[in-house]
Design a protein around this ligand. Sequence first.
Ligand code: NAD
Ligand code: UD1
Length: 338
Amino acid sequence: MKVLVTGGMGYIGSHTCVQMIEAGMTPIIFDNLYNSKATVLPRLENLTGAAPKFVQGDIRDKALLVETMREHAIEAVIHFAGLKAVGESVQKPLEYYDNNVNGTLVLVDAMREVGIKSLVFSSSATVYGDPASVPILESFPTSATNPYGRSKLMVEECLTDFQTANPDWSITLLRYFNPVGSHPSGDLGEDPQGIPNNLMPFISQVAVGRREHLSVFGSDYPTHDGTGVRDYIHVMDLADGHIAALNKVGNKSGLHIYNLGTGNGLSVLDMVKAFEAASDKEIPYQLVDRRQGDIAECWADPSKARKELEWSADRTVDEMTRDTWNWQSKNPQGYPDL
Ligand code: NAD
Ligand code: UD1
């Protein structure tokens, strides 16, 4: 199956491309390299033996999308491209709505023009806002507290309306919990620019000596050790979830919504301990105030995906931390420039 992968040079997209090639699919990457490096391409080739086709372009460029879809006889689209930093989205809401919402509308319009009717969209557990209880089911109410989250929710709503008007389309909304880890080779991984916002890249940069210590945001949450609890999922499991979605519901018309998580909650200090064991490095940390907008705990009920997609996230926290450390220690400064 020939699949257009928008944002395929990024963290989750690149890992998904590896697993797609392993599964016999043909990814065609469409990415503007805004938050990724061209170095990813030769690494994909080394890992899989075949460099995926790559088109450097912006998802807001409809003409280029249509041309690419036609030239490569695309049958389905996985849509990762977008901006994802919560804090930045508060400073630059227009850029976030333009990239994430407008970009998706242009992409769907291009698909409609070419006659492609199968789309998998990268959504986020952020659409559950501050959930009333855990574990979180897909049927829980949705809300958003920042422009990034609102852009994901708006896209979900636009796609829902579009699918209602076009019942022959298959549209899948995958709500990711907290992706971490990297390809076990250590050749692909998460490479945030500047100071990492997310926990795992921050911990691994402390371990490798790029940062002095971790600030633990909040130690008075009503959780087992007072620090925030999340559902960390190995990026390779997440990648496999996309293949399961394409195979199981990608050609079934309808709107399909799945949580992609493990169903287990781990605290910040649980992750620090696991990382210390994997890296044999001490992670100095300081307990500081809560980060604005954070919630106490968030984990998935992943049983719908298990049942309908026959997929589950089975890689352990030890694999998550081991693979993150392997990537970070092999690439202390992230991807080099080509
Ligand atoms: P990433 O930034 O590593 O990858 C996104 C890719 O999209 C980058 O390669 C970037 O260059 C590209 N891109 C951005 N805007 C583009 C545009 N207008 N046109 C073409 N390409 C563009 O991010 P990621 O962590 O791989 O996340 C992928 C998707 O998953 C995003 O939509 C993100 O919101 C969503 N998501 C991520 C997480 C997470 O924790 N990483 C959690 C939930 C949801
Ligand atoms: C964040 C985003 C969310 C996004 C998700 C995945 C916010 C408020 N939410 O979620 O919208 O979908 O990333 O990209 O930014 N922590 C520390 N110290 C750090 C970093 C994090 O203690 O330096 C803690 C946080 O308080 C939290 C946990 O680690 O308890 C995980 O944080 P993070 O990796 O940023 O993910 P989320 O907050 O779950």
